[in-house]
Ligand binder design. Structure first.
Ligand code: SIN
Length: 546
């Protein structure tokens, strides 16, 4: 395969074999694996050029703390069956065992590949990988790096690998580049339109991977970095793909509480509870006693709802994570310690103020177990995708694993598709789109579409979103606001349609859980949400959307 010629990159349109939108774990693994197989790869990175020393980073991968849930071959306490059972236990009836088992079973191979690329995980005196526990896991199976800096370590390893690979392979990362549309011709994917430094450009390719992360900035406060604005959900819906389980937005039980603060807030890793931390209220009473047999290490939806219930009962603004039993806390949890200190708090009294915070999108763009969406040539992997692994409530630390595994699988699909013809369609300019003002949208979502929902609040937000003004797409923030508005409309529609409480979706007006668990698929047609109730409807939608 010929190397990409340098001068090609200065043109407004370039050709590649594979375009990856996003530069977190799923995107970089896919891009590197595909380039190693000889594909010409372009990565569109919305963030700035990667530098490990920036105060704020642009991928959610970087901020992942706890670790990677993985079954190690020598761990006789554990097995893929047991990991599957824990994942199903957390997933509230919507985890699909048919896709989940192969993803989990592929975990150790994917982690070994990353270690082979130079990623270093924490090890004990005997050289073996250290393992911790988090909510919903019945054994210690979560490997970690730098104490609680697992994602940062992975991002650094992948960044180094990308720098090294770009010297010898046809792989190029275009920074400050936001995707504005998936191009399609004859029903197939033909490339991506994107904007970089105020210019509209195109990269043509037969295969495009969405690896854009989640949607944390639908809410006023989140553990996610600033660019986490549901971009991939919007791109996929506009291209004719379908989404599922978007109503299942996971609130992490322990986000650092700072009164009135907006935007990215420090996560207090669940591994803190895995190492003995306890959730207590202002009077020192346990928050989770009597709620679930696993107590503070119950699945995340259970613990977050227990916190919410205690706050409602006491009228307090936060609860506390009591860390007094954890020896040498600052060494084991340096990221948490730094985040707490940066917020102007200290750990002297051993009590960290916390509240539930928007953390992870369990649903996403529907894919098969190799990352294929309903649109030929369009793939999705990582948080933006819905493989069926997370169901109605993701098991802690399954997401980095999924990103590693699905990134590799997406690369294999791109390799298979390398010879597909590409029509160089002219992109239509992404000129205007409905977009609600960011803070207004976030305040509405935080008030009525957060941990607890009910019909009146959902209907009110749906009306406001439908009335969002159409505005010119001039800046990156405009494009992000349009993505947030579109994603919010589908999240709200999905939450309205689910008249039960399940996993991360709690309806105060429908507190019971239906006997039959069902995922529902939604698409976007002519400016409105449509429900697709079977494979034919999904294929019809993909064909109808141009
Ligand atoms: C954490 O460290 O608590 C986050 C892990 C995860 O979200 O999977």
């Amino acid at each position: 395969m010929a190397q990409i010629q340098r001068d090609v990159w200065s043109a407004d349109a370039v050709r590649a074999d594979f375009v990856v939108v996003g530069a977190g774990v799923a995107g970089l693994v896919a891009a590197l694996r595909a380039a190693e197989a000889g594909l010409r790869v372009v990565i569109l990175n919305k963030g700035p050029t990667w530098r490990p020393d920036r105060a704020e980073q642009s991928t959610s991968t970087y901020y992942a703390q706890g670790g990677i849930a993985v079954v190690q071959p020598g761990n006789h306490e554990d097995s893929v069956d047991r990991h599957l059972a824990d994942t199903l236990g957390a997933g509230a009836g919507l985890t699909d065992p048919a896709t989940t088992r192969p993803i989990l079973a592929d975990g150790w191979r994917a982690v070994s590949g990353l270690i082979g690329w130079g990623a270093e995980f924490d090890r004990g005196a005997d050289g073996g990988l250290l393992r911790t526990r988090e909510g919903g896991h019945t054994v210690r199976r979560i490997i970690h790096a730098g104490g609680d800096a697992t994602g940062a370590q992975m991002q650094r390893s992948l960044g180094r690998r990308l720098t090294e690979a770009s010297r010898r392979l046809p792989i190029r990362c275009l920074d400050d580049s936001i995707a504005t549309a998936i191009l399609r011709a004859d029903g197939r994917t033909a490339g991506v339109a994107f904007r970089t430094r105020g210019r509209d450009r195109v990269v043509y390719a037969p295969t495009v991977l969405l690896a854009t992360g989640g949607s944390g900035h639908l809410y006023a406060a989140t553990t996610n970095p600033a660019g986490t604005t549901a971009d991939g959900i919007a791109l996929a819906l506009r291209a004719g793909a379908v989404v599922a389980d978007l109503e299942f937005i996971q609130f992490h039980p322990t986000m650092l509480f700072v009164d009135g603060a907006r935007g990215r807030r420090t996560l207090i890793s669940e591994a803190v509870r895995g190492e003995g931390g306890r959730l207590v209220d202002a009077d020192g009473r346990s928050v989770t006693d009597g709620v679930h047999p696993m107590g503070d290490l119950a699945p995340r939806d259970v613990v977050a709802n227990a916190v919410e219930a205690r706050l409602a009962a006491t009228g307090e603004k936060c609860v506390y994570l009591d860390i007094r039993s954890i020896p040498d806390f600052a060494t084991r949890f340096p990221t948490v310690t730094a985040g707490v200190t940066a917020a102007g708090l200290d750990l002297e009294d051993g009590l960290i103020p916390v509240v539930p915070g928007a953390h992870y999108l369990c649903g996403g763009v529907v894919t098969d177990v190799d990352g294929r969406t309903a649109v030929p040539g369009l793939l999705a992997a990582g948080e933006v995708a819905r493989t069926g692994l997370h169901g109605g409530n993701r098991l802690a630390s399954n997401s980095l694993l999924e990103g590693l595994v699905m990134g590799s699988r997406a690369a294999a699909v791109a390799v298979d598709r390398r010879d597909k013809p590409v029509v160089e369609v002219a992109p239509s300019v992404f000129g205007k789109a409905p977009a609600m003002a960011r803070e207004d949208l976030q305040d509405n979502m935080s008030r009525s579409v957060a941990l607890r929902r009910e019909a009146v609040g959902l209907a009110d937000v749906a009306d406001r979103l439908r009335g969002a003004p159409t505005r010119p797409m001039e800046t990156v923030a405009d494009v992000e606001d349009a993505a947030l508005t579109l994603a919010a409309r589908v999240v709200v529609a999905a939450a309205q349609a689910r008249t039960e409480s399940r996993g991360c979706h709690a309806r105060t007006d429908f507190p019971d859980t239906d006997r039959v668990a069902q995922s529902r698929r939604f698409g976007w047609l002519d400016g409105a949400t449509v429900e697709c109730d079977g494979p034919e409807a999904i294929a019809d939608l993909a064909a109808l959307v141009h």
